[in-house]
Ligand binder design. Structure first.
Ligand SMILES: [Zn+2]
Length: 322
């Protein structure tokens, strides 16, 4: 039986999965990114982890036919080069050829958010959808587009930067250096910023107020947990993020008329506390028939989505289906 290994190379963790041709996860693993700024230390940790997973697969009668690697950053899929991955500190790294030489396996390199969109259409919330948009809400915001069942990479392979869609022309500063991007309102870092500001401004409710003495350590999960317990301030902060998510979804729906918008990533664990306000916004703003044809759903794949998706893309490129 043929399988592929998928690797999701994030800012802090590397995740690996072994998936079969139906997208079922047969094995998984993770380790921390050893060093920022250089590819060699990552390769030194990654290569043996892949070899070990490959040996386990072969022990279970699977033949690993390809390797997919999803990277958080701008990626040249044709040349297999990581052009610019800010969180990893990589620029112009020919990671595909480095891995192919080391592992003697065909390798596909892809942007992690694109890989996630493919996973959602393949085995996730949008299984079988021909048109789907995925949004991954983490420290930043990743986006991926599936049209006519295929990943839409754009003219130079860099499409899908939905996180940098401008929703407020003079708005909050964004990680990218711009202002008013969606990411500056719905990412985990945006939620933490808003919570810290609200606490310092004195709009304190329980139990978020307990972070008063430890503002540095406040995380988006703290805000989400507080909101789940009914904290009014935390709920307002997430509702604001959800409202901006809805504004962005309205534009995406008007432009693309997708069957589904899938929301994943760490912030998606807030669930309806964010999606509820987003749906209200879409209902109020979008043309009725358009809004009705798009479902907005949470990702069921969790943190493995990117690794599963890039394994699927590698299978699709290198292992012809029978
Ligand atoms: Zn931006």
């Amino acid at each position: 039986m043929i399988a592929a290994i998928g690797v999701d190379l994030g800012a802090t963790n590397v995740r690996l999965v072994l998936v079969d041709q139906n997208g079922a996860v047969m094995d998984s693993g993770r380790f921390p990114v050893p060093e920022r700024g250089r590819a060699e230390p990552v390769l030194e940790d990654l290569a043996p982890a892949i070899e070990a997973m490959r040996e386990r697969a072969e022990g279970n009668a699977y033949q690993v036919g390809a390797l997919g690697v999803g990277v958080a950053g701008l990626t040249d899929v044709k040349e297999g080069i990581v052009l610019d991955a800010i969180n990893l500190g990589w620029k112009e790294v020919p990671f595909q050829s480095l891995l192919e030489e080391r592992l003697k396996l065909p390798v596909l390199l892809e942007n992690d958010a694109n890989a996630t969109a493919f996973a959602e259409a393949w085995v996730g919330a949008g299984r079988g959808c021909r048109s789907l948009i995925s949004l991954t809400l983490g420290t930043g915001v990743g986006g991926g587009l599936i049209f006519d069942g295929e990943l839409w990479r754009g003219a130079s392979g860099l499409a899908g930067e939905i996180g940098h869609m401008v929703v407020e022309p003079d708005g909050e500063p964004c990680h990218c250096g711009g202002r008013g991007c969606l990411e500056a309102y719905i990412s985990a870092s945006a939620v933490v910023r808003d919570a810290k500001k609200a606490i310092l401004d004195g709009k304190v409710g329980e139990p978020l107020s307990s972070f008063m003495g430890n503002l540095e350590g406040l995380t988006a999960k703290d805000v989400s947990d507080a909101a789940s317990k009914g904290d009014p301030l935390a709920k307002r902060i997430l509702a604001k993020a959800g409202r901006y998510l809805g504004v962005a979804c309205t534009s995406l729906i008007h432009i693309f008329n997708p069957e589904m918008i899938v929301v994943g990533g760490g912030m998606a664990q807030a669930g309806e506390l964010i999606l509820g306000p987003a749906r209200v916004e879409v209902k109020e703003r979008a043309f009725g028939p358009l809004a009705e044809s798009t479902r907005i759903a949470l990702s069921p794949l969790g943190e493995l989505a990117g690794a599963i998706g890039v394994a699927g893309l590698a299978l699709r490129r290198y292992v012809p289906s029978r």
